[in-house]
Design a protein around this ligand. Structure first.
Ligand code: MN
Ligand code: MN
Length: 281
């Protein structure tokens, strides 16, 4: 589990256990920086005593042998960081670990997924976000946090990309949705009972701005009209296909109010971890 230090090292990981990896990278955020500060704040919130480490499906994450905190990556600048993230995830995946990444901005998803695609054929992605993040380039940067799913899809190694919660797509983004054959469930068509059928292996990417800013104000891009925290939890808990990797990205502590978004990030962390542990790979 996300360790309250110091905790004795958990014996090295059994295959299929979940590696928690902090990825403090926000250099390619287009609008404001801040998400690089998120991983330690999410960890601190998990252990602040406000709630237990039990998930809603009854798993106690405290000291759980199949979830191991790998700490935060120390990253070089720029594109070297993208390569370093990919190498770190490749190392964990080579040891049979599943990944639960704490961003960072959404730029981290490309190197994480790219590393996992070396290990899993037919990866399907469930992407929760207010934005499709499918730009070919944004302000000249092909690795911008506005582009990861274009980079991921053009590898040709992804079986299916399902996006949920999108709102306010422009013409260029809609063209990319068509180009890459993305299943896009826009927020205007979403209802809380909506479920997404996936066949594993699955990667789950949660951009916290999929939530309405009333639920999660601590994000760089406020896009009202989004999901409730319960909507997101409902989607997480409905996943039946095996999940081999996940991320929680775009928490910007500089924009938070009263620790509310930190609590949401910690809650979603617990529910994603609980869902992955119940599956036991
Ligand atoms: Mn995003
Ligand atoms: Mn977004």
């Amino acid at each position: 589990m996300v360790a309250t230090p110091p905790r004795p090292a958990v014996p090295d990981h059994q295959p299929g256990s979940v590696a928690v990896l902090g990825i403090p990278f926000d250099e390619y955020s287009s609008f404001m920086r801040g998400p690089a500060k998120a991983p330690p704040i999410i960890r601190r919130t998990l252990h602040n005593g406000a709630s237990t480490l039990f998930t809603e499906n009854g798993i106690d994450l405290e000291g759980h042998p199949n979830i191991v905190d790998q700490g935060d990556l120390k990253l070089p600048d720029g594109d070297d960081a993208i390569d370093a993230i990919q190498a770190a995830v490749a190392g964990l995946a080579a040891r049979g670990q599943r990944i639960l990444a704490l961003g960072g901005d959404h730029a981290i998803s490309f190197p994480v997924v790219n590393a996992l695609a070396d290990h899993y054929d037919g990866l399907q992605i469930l992407h929760l976000d207010a934005h499709p993040d499918l730009y070919d380039a944004f302000e000249g940067n092909r690795f911008s946090h506005a582009c990861p799913f274009a980079r991921i899809m053009e590898t040709g190694r992804i079986d299916r990309l399902v996006q949920v919660g999108i709102r306010g797509m422009n013409t260029a983004q809609r063209r990319q949705v068509d180009k890459f054959g993305v299943t896009c469930i826009e927020m205007k068509d979403f209802n809380p009972d909506r479920r997404v059928e996936l066949a594993g292996p699955v990667y789950l990417s949660v951009d916290l701005d999929v939530l309405d800013p009333a639920h999660a104000p601590g994000v760089s891009h406020h896009e009202p009209g989004g999901m409730s925290t319960r909507d997101v939890i409902g989607l997480i808990q409905s996943i039946r296909a095996p999940v081999v990797g996940a991320d929680i990205v775009e928490f910007n502590p500089d924009r938070d109010s009263n620790g509310l978004t930190a609590a949401v990030a910690a809650k979603l962390f617990k529910e994603i971890a609980g869902m992955m542990l119940l599956q036991r790979a």
